[in-house]
Ligand binder design. Structure first.
Ligand SMILES: *Cc1c(COP(=O)(O)O)cnc(C)c1O
Length: 218
């Protein structure tokens, strides 16, 4: 499936993040040898182990919940943290970015699904967060590049469409109100194995695909 998905995302100008959580280093190398360079992991420990084992030109995206006290383990090498949902986390990423002399790219994660979740911002949270960080701090080592969200696990296409539309609307609002002059703020990470075609139709710029590439996770 990898080749078909890669072609589909390329044809639509969308970035493909191959979600390699639970997969072995060998599985990742097979895809690396087909020129895939962007991989997504959801756990810090698994990510750092794979980082140590695998070629250093891989761009790693963290896509799972991140505790502030673990930022230090990934700050030296992470390409993008897609799952930022608190002010404290942003300050910590900035601090660790500074220590490592790196600017770390992040996305703000939003809760767009109907399912309950402890993680992800809503629009009022995000307005607060952005107002606070834009006024209080000079955050020179963290770069907010856009938004990320996960839709409900459902086959209801209209519901998926509506949830993706809601993230696109949030993106547009934040772009107009906080990032008009910031060209880095341009990514909408939405779409997984079961729903990436709908997500792309609704304006995704980045999809995170695991099982459709690697097979069903055990
Ligand atoms: C696991 C995961 C994915 C990929 O899921 P698939 O259904 O295997 O494509 C995407 N995003 C996040 C945040 C994930 O945790």
């Amino acid at each position: 499936m990898y080749k078909e998905i890669l072609k589909y995302t390329k044809d639509h100008g969308v970035m493909l993040v191959a979600v390699s959580k639970t997969r072995s280093a060998d599985d990742i190398m097979k895809l690396y040898n087909e020129d895939q360079r962007i991989f997504g992991e959801n756990k810090v420990q698994e990510l750092t182990e794979k980082y140590n084992l695998l070629p250093k030109d891989i761009k790693w995206h963290l896509i799972g919940h991140l505790q502030s006290n673990k930022v230090k383990y990934i700050a030296p090498f992470i390409d993008m943290i897609e799952s930022v949902d608190s002010e404290d986390l942003i300050y910590m990423i900035d601090k660790e970015g500074r220590k490592n002399n790196r600017v770390i790219s992040v996305l703000l994660q939003f809760h767009i699904a109907a399912e309950e979740s402890k993680f992800g911002l809503n629009l009022p949270d995000a307005k607060n967060l952005l107002t606070n960080i834009l006024h209080k701090y000079n955050l020179s080592h963290v770069r907010i590049c856009g938004v990320m969200g996960m839709a409900t696990f459902t086959e209801d296409i209209q519901q998926l469409r509506d949830e993706f539309k809601s993230l696109k609307t949030i993106f547009n609002f934040l772009k107009e109100n906080y990032f008009v002059e910031d060209d880095h703020f341009k990514e909408i990470s939405m779409g997984m194995s079961g729903d990436y075609e709908i997500a792309i139709a609704e304006g995704s710029t980045m999809v995170r695909i695991g099982s459709a590439i690697f097979g069903v996770r055990s």
